[in-house]
Design a binder for this molecule. Sequence first.
Ligand SMILES: [Zn+2]
Ligand SMILES: [Zn+2]
Length: 248
Amino acid sequence: MNKFLTFFKNLKDKILDIIFPLNTKCIFCEDEIVDFDKKPYCDRCEKFAFNSGNKCVKCDTQIKSENIICDHCKSHKRFFEKCYCPLNYKDSVRSSILRFKDSNAKYLAKSYAKLISQYIKNENLNFDIVTFVPSHKNAVKRRGYNPAKLIAEELALLENKPCIETLIKINKTSPQKNLSYQERAKNLENSMIITNAKAIKNKTLLLIDDVVTTCATVDHCSKLLKPYASKIYVAAVARNHLKKENED
Ligand SMILES: [Zn+2]
Ligand SMILES: [Zn+2]
């Protein structure tokens, strides 16, 4: 999209925001709610939206109560320390994220960032720099934005940390949705290059994505960042839980 069109698209969004304020609706199911600033979701969504219970210490997927780490993390080397995901990628959370990613609902980035911020605070996570999973320039052109970058920027503001671009997607990858971990990893090979390596030297990074499923993407990013950064943590808005603990 050229600059001229982007300008009018942004202007249209601003006008619509004024006419139809979005801060009266549940960020997940869009039902009317009472006090958005206190709690931006309805009671019904609250019941299932949050990623709770016994979770893998590495990738935050829900696992049987007697386990500490999921079979997937046991059998795949992870280049990040730990992944944090406040929400479950299901039902109205899923439709909310799809609106955010594919239907220009950029206003959700602020609420998502708040949820990540609260979640990592509870876990006492310390980091120096916020960064994000890159999008290919064609995808950014089509959407008008990189969803992961929007969340990272909002989170950096909340956490008072710099948000730095560290990776550039140089080759398009086919959609990951129906691929296994191995296929996803293969798909990602040679798809990204590192940038701003100096700025992340010996720093602890918090790498942001929107949704995590097999961790193939965030792991690939972490692998590229690892020679420079001292540690990499990952945070995504929602966890698409592995159906089987040993799912590929
Ligand atoms: Zn709701
Ligand atoms: Zn795991």
